[in-house]
Design a protein around this ligand. Structure first.
Ligand SMILES: Cc1ncc(COP(=O)(O)O)c(C=O)c1O
Length: 485
């Protein structure tokens, strides 16, 4: 009895302390205020901030400080966030970020994330959280329709394109019935411009030994269907096992769209799983131009779209769509006694049943909220704007003295390189890259095409408009002028 009393007293003492984590006290209110003020300032001033802030590698020392036993004042926290966490390096949310695949920062998505964290619903299991599960299911159905899939399609919202591509590879592997002994003879078809995550997905799916055939590309870096067909026939004749064909709808390097129609027919002819990586290009299907460019995507068995790319969401949301959801069900089959009670009628598939994740962030809210708030029309117009901006910029660069441009943008990416009158072009382009990084007003990433160093211009940020495009042209001209002098 006495022992009980002591325990209760101790628990009460601990409760007084632990409640501090949840009390909506002055501290939380202050945090809320600081966060709101920070976000407002960020949204209003980001168009003036640098796209890249050079940093000193010794900054790691600041992060080495151990966490303290006592808490920290929220003002101090926010000044740390601004100075050391947010400012250094790439400002991915800048409208003057033309590097990699530019990111966006829709406010409605940020609120979606906030609400998801506040309410912390179990989004991956329908019988526990029907609302979140239905929301995800409806978003998947909307995207499946966009791609041209019919009833029976399914998929899930992932953390990004790499994981979604990996899940597709796993489903394709299981559909082909490949087991260990087959791997050294199994063949996957792709191009040298396929995203590296496909290669990694094969490795992670246990298929490191699988043969990869990099199909030659045409002058615009698109897979050559004739070469593909010949290669498959040759492989079959030699006793190999062709099983997977990966096309890209918008390559990261140059924005090229593989000829999906022709490739899809070849996949069907040879009974290969046809996967389309449309992580970057997928949502251009919302535009007339995109629908024409991506014609044939409906022939695929699976598609990856990244809402955190061409739907302007902040990082953290990809999507896998599979024409026949049963493939995902089969690959993710599991038994767990501790989950028996949550089984329910299959009104819909819970994402926990058709994807690798169990507990997951309630991603659907950050995607649904902006679509619901703004409506689809404005997304279509924003995507059309980015397509036109890329064309406008390609013309500007093509007309610039001593600049060589790659193929015109099929979507919103193109390449260019400086071909100076004097000096080694490789060295001069590297100098230009360094000068642009040090300046920081705009950000461009680089790549290689036909063995040559190239800049890439990727127009996709929701914050990129005519003004930002003109700044890009001016800054590149200015830096070339400075290097020349
Ligand atoms: C065509 C393509 N596929 C896949 C990916 C990987 O997606 P994530 O970075 O979301 O993992 C990217 C990323 O840029 C991409 O451009």
């Amino acid at each position: 009895m006495k022992e009980d009393k002591t325990i209760r007293k101790k628990i009460a003492e601990l409760e007084r302390e632990s409640r501090k984590l949840c009390d909506f006290s002055a501290q939380q209110n202050l945090l809320n205020k600081s966060a709101t003020e920070y976000a407002e300032l960020f949204y209003h001033s980001n168009h003036q901030s640098k796209a890249f802030q050079p940093f000193d590698d010794t900054m790691y020392q600041i992060f080495d400080k151990p966490l303290s036993e006592e808490g920290t004042d929220s003002e101090e926290i926010f000044s740390f966030i601004e100075k050391y966490i947010i400012s250094p390096g790439l400002n991915s949310a800048s409208g003057r970020n033309f590097g990699y695949i530019p990111g966006s920062n829709l406010f409605a998505s940020a609120i979606g994330d906030y609400m998801a964290a506040v309410t912390n619903r179990y989004a991956s299991v329908y019988s526990l959280s029907p609302g979140p599960a239905l929301l995800e299911d409806r978003l998947i159905k909307w995207m499946a329709e966009l791609v041209g899939y019919h009833t029976g399609a399914g998929g899930y919202l992932s953390s990004g394109g790499s994981i979604a591509n990996m899940t597709a590879v796993v489903a394709a592997r299981d559909h082909a019935g490949l087991t260990g002994k087959d791997y050294p003879r199994a063949v996957a078809y792709l191009t040298k411009h396929s995203h590296h995550c496909i290669d990694r997905a094969l490795n992670l799916a246990g298929l490191r030994e699988c043969i990869r055939r990099y199909i030659p590309m045409d002058d615009a870096f698109r897979m050559n269907p004739r070469e593909l067909n010949n290669q498959i026939i040759d492989d079959v004749n030699k006793g190999f096992i062709p099983w997977l064909l990966v096309a890209t709808a918008g390559t990261t390097n140059s924005g090229a769209v593989d000829p999906l129609d022709e490739i899809g027919s070849i996949a069907r002819l040879h009974r290969l799983w046809f996967h389309v990586d449309a992580a970057y290009g997928g949502f251009f299907l919302l535009t007339g131009h995109g629908r024409r460019k991506l014609a044939g995507i409906e022939l695929s068995d699976s598609v990856v779209l990244d809402p955190h790319k061409s739907l302007f969401l902040p990082y953290g949301t990809g999507a896998l769509l599979v024409k026949d959801v049963n493939h995902l069900v089969k690959s993710h089959d599991y038994q767990a006694n501790y989950l028996k009670h949550v089984e329910s009628e299959n009104v819909i598939y819970s994402s926990a049943d058709i994807s690798p994740e169990l507990t997951k962030h309630f991603r659907a809210l950050r995607m649904w909220l902006p679509l619901k708030l703004h409506g689809l029309k404005v997304f279509k117009e924003a995507l059309e704007e980015k397509l036109l901006l890329a064309n406008y910029l390609w013309n500007e660069f093509s007309n610039m003295k001593d600049i060589e441009t790659g193929p015109p943008p099929e979507l919103s990416i193109f390449m260019f390189r400086w071909v100076p009158k004097a000096g080694d072009p490789e060295e001069m382009n590297r100098k230009l890259r360094e000068a642009l990084l040090q300046d920081g007003r705009i950000f461009l990433s680089t790549t290689e095409a036909d063995g040559k160093f190239c800049f890439r211009v990727a127009v996709l940020s929701v914050n990129t408009h005519l003004k930002e495009a003109d700044i890009l042209v001016d800054v590149v001209k200015e830096k070339i002028g400075e290097i020349n002098n």
